[in-house]
Design a protein around this ligand. Structure first.
Ligand code: PNS
Length: 179
């Protein structure tokens, strides 16, 4: 047995979480999830279910999770889960030592730093920031929904199945007189 084999046997599983609202998942999210999956043994994509914010959402937690499961099907070490309450509680319950966040611009940093410091004050968890790939640095689910609602072309910014579901949901909302 080589030294490396022995080290591998003793090394604990490195587990990370990619948390978010994912309403809906974008290609920017997939980029961060894919890169996280190459850095960690196991990755849980955790969909935040905050009941007080649920009225502002376009998709239910179940729909968001189903879209993510499909979009992440090619990554064997990635699973999808929902969580309510504190992210740090979810990390403790699932043996997760790292929270991974994508940073699009400096404007993301202030709040993300504050959350990272709060989270590490609550439990033993590190936050790892990954710079968003330049081609996705302008992407946000909220902006995509707004552009799509006014008929803009957002294909190429979302996984194809998500684009279909987004188009259908916005059409349904328009029929119901909601924006
Ligand atoms: O995609 P979003 O909306 O930026 O995701 C935000 C999310 C879900 C990651 C964040 O709001 C979160 O961690 N919520 C769980 C509640 C919590 O732990 N709050 C304290 C943060 S320091």
């Amino acid at each position: 047995m080589t030294q490396t084999d022995a080290d591998d046997e003793e090394r604990p599983v490195r587990r990370a979480v990619c948390p978010g609202s994912f309403d809906p998942v974008t290609n920017g999210h997939i980029d961060i999830i894919a890169r996280t999956s190459s850095l960690f043994d196991e990755v849980v994509v955790a969909v935040g279910i905050n009941k007080s914010k649920s009225t502002g959402r376009l998709f239910s937690p179940e729909e968001r999770m189903a879209m993510l499961e499909k979009a992440c099907a090619d990554f064997p070490n990635v699973t999808v889960a929902g969580f309510e309450g504190l992210l740090t509680t979810f990390c403790e319950e699932h043996g997760i030592g790292a929270i991974v966040k994508g940073l699009r611009a400096v404007s993301d940093f202030d709040y993300e730093l504050q959350m990272a410091q709060m989270n590490s004050s609550l439990v033993d968890v590190e936050t790892v920031f990954i710079p968003t790939s330049p081609e996705y640095s302008f992407l946000a689910s909220s902006l995509i929904k707004e552009v799509a609602a006014f008929g803009g072309d957002v294909s190429g910014l979302l996984p194809p199945d998500v684009l279909v579901q987004l188009t259908e949901r916005l059409a349904q909302r328009a029929r119901d007189g909601q924006r």
